[in-house]
Design a protein around this ligand. Structure first.
Ligand code: BGC
Length: 341
């Protein structure tokens, strides 16, 4: 049985209350707030049965109101990058705010990570809803969105649903930063990862996919057999992993990613209905943020597994479509499972 308890987390500058929901099973404790649907704490057991918080974040609402790189949040209306913030739908051109080099990222200046969601308790969890108005952050159509977090035993499930009044791109994900050694640990070099993807998306120097769907075979992106991050990251040309892995479409909803932290025994496995996963090794963290319990977060002190549609898909007809049409329902699910080995 999962217990769900509700409390106050803090207040927004306009006085509105931010609530927190604690979902607790005998194996996992997850705290999620109504601001940005942010997972603020996630405690799982090590092989000795000790709980540790394994996600980066802040102790209070102030931290989440200041600039930060989407710790724990639901990201949308379109997660990841859209080239030059431009796209065309139904013959109409749209221009989004530019907030990442020449591109638009993670829903714009005030994306779904920075709004207050309406909560409703459901069996084993909580459902958050939000209505994004027609034209909000430059996107067409009024979009109603529901994000449901449920916890059963060792598994945290996130379901995303949406409906629109006009055709619009939609790409929703959760942007948690994990460190299986415990949040605040210096790096993730002692983590081992495998991702089943046979292809990944090479990017240009503004991090937009070139359009090529490249085989991982023979590259440092071949994670089909477990690799040690401490030895794999230095093999890459850039700063670390920040790439979309194309999941095998005939194998969706099977485990696509496994991360193992040998010293603690913690294992995280992921499965999803989404066609891709952005594996990001927190290359842009620089130790300047003051995190939970006095933690600082240097480069490579966490990893993100952002299950999602492929970046810039709205401008790349050869990628799986991200368009949601009126009358359709967007419905995607990701399962995070926590165990020990
Ligand atoms: C992107 C990174 C970015 C991070 C925080 C990730 O989804 O791929 O490049 O730094 O989000 O915005």
């Amino acid at each position: 049985m999962t217990s769900v308890t509700r409390d106050v987390f803090g207040n927004l500058p306009d006085g509105k209350t931010v609530e927190k929901f604690l979902l607790e099973s005998n194996l996992v404790k997850a705290e999620i707030i109504t601001f940005g649907c942010i997972i603020t704490r996630l405690e799982t057991k090590d092989r000795h049965g000790n709980f540790t918080d394994i996600v980066l974040g802040f102790d209070s609402i102030e931290g989440y109101l200041n600039k930060h790189p989407y710790f724990g949040a639901v990201v949308g209306r379109v997660a990841n990058r859209i080239a030059n913030g431009k796209f065309t739908v139904d013959g109409q051109d749209y221009q989004l705010p530019i907030n990442n080099g020449p591109n638009s990222i993670h829903g714009g200046l005030k994306g779904f990570d920075k709004v207050l969601w309406k909560p409703k308790e459901v069996e084993n969890g909580v459902q958050f809803s939000y209505t994004s108005s027609d034209g909000e952050e430059g996107y067409p159509g009024e979009l109603e969105v529901w994000v449901t977090y449920t916890l059963v035993g060792s598994e945290l499930t996130i379901n995303y649903k949406a409906r629109t009044t006009k055709t619009t791109p939609v790409n929703l994900t959760n942007h948690s930063y994990f460190n299986l050694a415990g949040q605040g640990s210096e790096n993730i070099y002692d983590h081992e990862i495998s991702i089943t993807a046979e292809h990944y998306l090479p990017v240009d120097d503004t991090m937009i996919p070139t359009g090529e769907v490249a085989p991982v075979q023979g590259t440092s992106f071949d994670l089909r057999k477990p690799v040690d991050l401490g030895s794999q990251i230095p093999k890459l040309k850039g700063n670390g992993f920040d790439h979309n892995f194309c999941l095998n479409m005939n194998d969706l909803q099977h485990d696509c990613t496994r991360v193992y932290h040998k010293p603690s025994g913690r294992v995280l496995t992921v499965r999803t209905t989404q066609p891709g996963i952005q594996f990001y090794t927190a290359n842009f963290l620089d130790g300047s943020l003051k995190g939970k319990d006095g933690a600082v977060y240097p480069k490579h002190s966490a990893f993100c597994l952002e299950t999602q549609a492929w970046p810039d898909a709205v401008n790349k007809p050869q990628f799986p479509s991200v368009l949601l049409h009126p009358g359709q329902e967007y419905d995607q699910t990701t399962w995070f499972n926590f165990s020990v080995q």
